[in-house]
Design a protein around this ligand. Structure first.
Ligand code: XIL
Length: 448
């Protein structure tokens, strides 16, 4: 599955589909997609280099041996391949972490999470675990117009992320004029159903209104960012206690996380400089001293060049005393993003928690379009990746990016190779029936 020929095939698919060009879709709701390669670069260049580095490249993520982020793509990819299977845990490792004695103790010190003896919903399995774990879903305003959707969403989940309604273009469509209605609907619905809410997302290059993405001048952009963070967190204070403060600030040549990791160009990077990330977290902390503040990104799920870069970035923040509490791993598995085995994910999450941070799986789906991930692989991934998070007490939640296949964002996003067909990526089918993917997730939550 992760073999080089296979990766070549995937790269060829991605290249043919031109997925890397979606970076021009700044703010475009349909193609905008967080996982687009970037705001500016894009184009044929990065598409072809993505394909190239993909060939040797995925060796990196496969091997997990790849070292630090800064080095070049092809090089670190092949050296990763060399260290191959052996080097799995390299960086932080040690300890063997999970699996030790299953004792209790919510949060911090526990060495393993204890599963519920039984549960009839995912939500209940999460709530009865010790320590508990949040089971989330991306919720859309459109979905809440459907009774089956609402029923399944509230019965099976304890955690909500607004799929689009808390993004910049939705909340502040024109400068200084905030529009809270559609976000408030989702947050209020969540609270009526005793669900927690994560705010997604304060600072992101995508789904930014034109007035913001075209702004010039360091002082102007800093002031606009400060106003946005302050107003948004202030509005939802006491209703939202966890925030994706910065989303997807790092890019690589390939959306799989391989090749030349670097800070992603955006109005924030271009006008403020790399310091915008520290600044965003500091502003968020000033606004809410108790909120959990997260960095969130895609294709950082296994070990690859991108996640090594993110690890170094986040470690630098911790070392500098920047108020970051955790890292969200989007876990969009399959085209055009990375794949990750349970063992990869376990080792990867562990090294971030060794920095003293919380982690969570923030946007999980497993795309079957293009035939890249087989049905069997999808089932194994769902079980093993959920298990990897579940076993780690500092992995605080698992959020799926949608409720049912029919409404998945992947179906209509060109990079995902679905062309309007179902991505078959989630836990419920079009009639809101449980799929085998649901059973595998439930097993993992029950320690089976
Ligand atoms: C997606 C939504 O699901 C789509 O409806 C929208 O058109 C584009 O954005 N990474 C993120 C999410 O952080 O916000 C993205 O959500 C998916 C990728």
């Amino acid at each position: 599955m992760r073999s080089a020929p296979f990766t070549l095939l995937l790269s060829a698919f991605l290249f043919a589909a031109g997925c890397s060009d979606s970076g021009d879709g700044n703010g475009d709701e349909t193609t905008g997609s967080g996982s687009a390669t970037g705001g500016t670069g894009g184009g044929t260049t990065s598409a072809s280099s993505g394909a190239t580095s993909g060939s040797g490249g995925d060796a990196t993520s496969a091997s997990s041996g790849a070292t630090s982020g800064s080095g070049g793509d092809a090089t670190s990819a092949s050296s990763g391949a060399t260290s191959g299977s052996g080097g799995a845990t390299s960086a932080s490792s040690g300890a063997g972490g999970e699996g030790a004695g299953g004792s209790d103790g919510a949060g911090g010190g526990a060495s393993a999470r204890v599963p519920a003896a039984s549960a009839s919903t995912l939500r209940e399995a999460g709530e009865k675990a010790n320590p508990p774990i949040l089971i989330g879903a991306a919720i859309s305003g459109g979905g809440l117009g459907n009774n089956d959707y609402k029923r399944v969403a509230a019965a099976e989940h304890s955690y909500v992320t607004a799929e689009n309604e808390m993004k910049w273009d939705s909340l502040e469509p024109s400068a200084g004029n905030f529009s809270w209605g559609s976000a408030d609907n989702i947050v209020n619905w969540a609270r009526q159903n005793n669900m927690k809410v994560k705010g997604h997302t304060l600072v992101w290059h995508n789904q930014l209104p034109g007035w913001m993405s075209s702004m010039t001048g360091k002082d102007n952009v800093t002031a606009a960012m400060r106003r946005h963070i302050t107003q948004v967190m202030g509005h939802f204070k006491d209703r939202v206690d966890t925030w994706d403060v910065v989303n997807e600030a790092v890019q690589t040549d390939s959306d799989t996380g391989v090749g030349n990791p670097r800070m992603r160009p955006s109005v924030f990077l271009n006008q403020i400089g790399e310091n915008y990330i520290d600044l965003a977290f500091q502003i968020a902390r000033e606004q809410d001293p108790k909120a959990k503040l997260y960095y969130n990104d895609y294709s950082i799920d296994a070990r690859n060049a991108k996640v090594d870069f993110v690890y170094n970035m986040v470690k630098g923040m911790v070392d500098r005393g920047v108020p970051i509490d955790g890292v969200g791993f989007q876990m969009h598995i399959g085209p055009p993003n990375n794949e990750a085995t349970g063992a990869d994910v376990a080792a990867n999450l562990k090294r971030f928690t060794d920095l003293g941070l919380e982690v969570l799986i923030s946007e999980m789906d497993i795309n079957r379009c293009g035939g890249v991930v087989t049905a069997e692989e999808q089932l194994a991934y769902y079980h093993d990746i959920v298990e990897a998070c579940f076993k780690l007490p500092k992995c605080t939640g698992i959020t799926f990016w949608g409720i049912n296949d029919g409404r998945s964002w992947l179906n209509s996003w060109s990079g995902a190779l679905c062309n309007g067909q179902s991505s078959q990526s989630l836990l419920f089918n079009d009639q809101y029936g449980k799929k085998e993917t649901y059973n595998r997730v439930m097993n993992a939550l029950l320690g089976k």
